[in-house]
Ligand binder design. Structure first.
Ligand SMILES: [Zn+2]
Length: 313
């Protein structure tokens, strides 16, 4: 059985997710279709960059060419434009891969990162549910990112919504599927989950009830990975709306507003996530957040794209 996990947002603009299968990771080999490098190909330099930067060190295949076997035919999908595929790959390397490799270890990524990152140009809208699919993860092996023809390296909020929040979210699912999920976490806001109606809640309503996003309200495992992903990618301004003052250097929580409803509950959840990640993976959530936020604050198109451009020299 194919394990599919879909990350969606309400069209109204909130971040969210539906339908999740938490089976064990698949052992299936995924490298049967990896193309060999063709020095005569138009895409050779880019392919060599992907080979050297993602495939060899981390066993991660970045798929940007559209193939029937790799896409969901329920949507009318178009490929990601070539120049945008290049930018997405460089951004993923700089803002995601390099962060975990530096703050935890390259081996950690090699063991747990998704084996395939698939990019598609078009969005995937579900008009009936009033949601937009941001990303799909299959059995912890492959992550598909949609709407990449809207990619803009200058728009960090867009990149977080469509790429990095999704990737940290899915990666966190892989981690809790691999080592036992902390059962007590389910009790923190037991009775408040709303698997059918989460998309009708605003951000503020979610915060007041002790959830970091409306999508967190769908179910405890989603809640858990949304806390981790939001902790890493959300800015100080967004955390202030949840009642938290984050350090300017992003390394820790300075204080929280205990009078704000939901804030202490969110703090309890953050502590569960931090402790669990530290104990199971020697993964320091504050270090990952600080590294990501520093890179976001000082994001330079030149630094990001030079990773690839040196292959054209
Ligand atoms: Zn999820």
């Amino acid at each position: 059985m194919k394990n599919i996990h879909v990350v969606t947002v309400a069209l109204a603009a909130v971040l969210m997710c539906t339908a999740c299968n938490r089976d064990k990771l698949s052992e299936t080999s995924i490298f049967e279709n990896v193309p060999t490098l063709d020095t005569n190909s138009y895409t050779y330099n880019f392919d060599r960059f992907l080979y050297d930067s993602l495939l060899v060190p981390y066993n991660i295949a970045f798929q940007y060419k559209l193939g029937d076997e790799t896409t969901d035919m329920d949507y009318n999908l178009v490929p990601c434009k070539y120049n945008l595929s290049q930018q997405v790959a460089c951004a993923v390397k700089y803002l995601w891969i390099d962060v975990y490799a530096k703050q935890i270890s390259p081996e950690f990524l090699k063991l747990y990162a998704p084996r395939i990152i698939n990019v598609l140009g078009s969005p995937a809208i579900n008009a009936e549910q009033q949601t937009e699919v941001l990303g799909v993860a299959e059995g912890g092996v492959k992550i598909t990112l949609y709407n990449m023809n809207g990619f803009n390296l200058k728009n960090m909020a867009w990149m977080n919504q469509y790429i990095f929040h999704v990737m940290h979210h899915e990666f966190s699912h892989i981690l809790h599927q691999t080592k036992s999920f902390p059962k007590e976490y389910e009790r923190i806001t037991a009775g408040l989950y709303d698997s059918q109606g989460w998309q009708y809640h605003s951000d503020e309503e979610a915060y007041a009830l002790g959830f970091v996003t409306p999508y967190s309200m769908s179910e405890a495992h989603e809640d858990f990975v949304e806390v981790i992903s939001s902790y890493i990618t959300d800015t100080r301004a967004t955390w202030a709306k949840r009642g938290f003052e984050m350090a300017e250097d992003h390394t820790h929580i300075v204080s929280m507003n205990e009078d704000q409803e939901g804030t202490t509950i969110i703090a309890t959840k953050i502590n569960y996530c931090k402790t669990w990640l530290r104990e199971k993976y020697a993964y320091e959530l504050d270090s990952i957040r600080a590294e990501v936020q520093r890179r976001q604050d000082n994001l330079s198109e030149e630094v990001v794209m030079n990773q690839l451009y040196k292959y054209y020299e």
